[in-house]
Ligand binder design. Structure first.
Ligand SMILES: [Cu+2]
Length: 153
C-alpha cells in the first residue's frame, strides 16, 4: 500500500513537472496566439486592423471585437470584382481552425474600426478580441502608415 502511494505521488510529480515545462516554453495551447497587430492610421472616419492569429488545439471563432478608440468594430472582407474594383463585405465572424491560421491583411479580411479617433503613427491602441471558446483577450495594435500595413515590417 505504501509503495503504491509513493509511486502515484512520483507519477503526479512527473506530470506536474511536464506541465510546468510546457507552460515555461510559452506553449499556451488553450488560446490563439495573436501577433503582428497593426492598424493603418485613419485617413477618414474608419481604419483597418490587421493581425495574424495561430490556432491551438481546438477550433475557435472570433465572434466580436471592440476598442475604446472607435464607435464600433466590424468584420470585413475585401473582394475584387470581375471588373477589377474592390468592395468590402461584412462578415459575421472569422474562424480559426485548430492548429491553423487566421490572417488579416490588406486586400483580404480585416477588422474595420468605425468612427475612429484621430490616431497617429507610432501610437498604440488596445483591441479586445472575443473568441467563442477562448473568451476575451486584449491585444495591443501599433498605428502604422497605411502604406506599411503589410505584415512582417
Ligand atoms: Cu473594411
Amino acid at each position: 500500500m505504501r509503495i503504491t502511494v509513493s509511486r502515484n505521488a512520483r507519477a503526479l510529480l512527473a506530470s506536474l513537472l511536464v506541465l510546468s515545462l510546457v507552460a515555461a516554453c510559452g506553449g499556451n495551447e488553450s488560446q490563439p496566439n495573436v501577433a503582428q497587430v497593426r492598424v493603418g492610421a485613419p485617413t477618414g472616419p474608419n481604419a483597418a486592423v490587421y493581425f495574424m492569429a495561430r490556432g491551438y488545439d481546438e477550433d475557435d471563432v472570433l465572434v466580436s471585437a471592440s476598442t475604446d478608440v472607435a464607435g464600433s468594430v466590424e468584420f470585413h472582407e475585401t473582394t475584387t470584382n470581375d471588373d477589377g474594383t474592390m468592395t468590402m463585405q461584412p462578415l459575421p465572424s472569422f474562424s480559426l481552425p485548430a492548429g491553423g491560421e487566421l490572417i488579416l491583411e490588406p486586400g483580404g479580411r480585416h477588422l474595420m474600426l468605425i468612427g475612429v479617433d484621430d490616431l497617429k503613427v507610432g501610437d498604440t491602441i488596445d483591441v479586445t478580441l472575443t473568441w467563442q471558446n477562448a473568451g476575451e483577450m486584449t491585444v495591443e495594435a501599433v498605428v502604422v502608415d497605411p502604406a506599411d500595413t503589410m505584415g512582417d515590417g
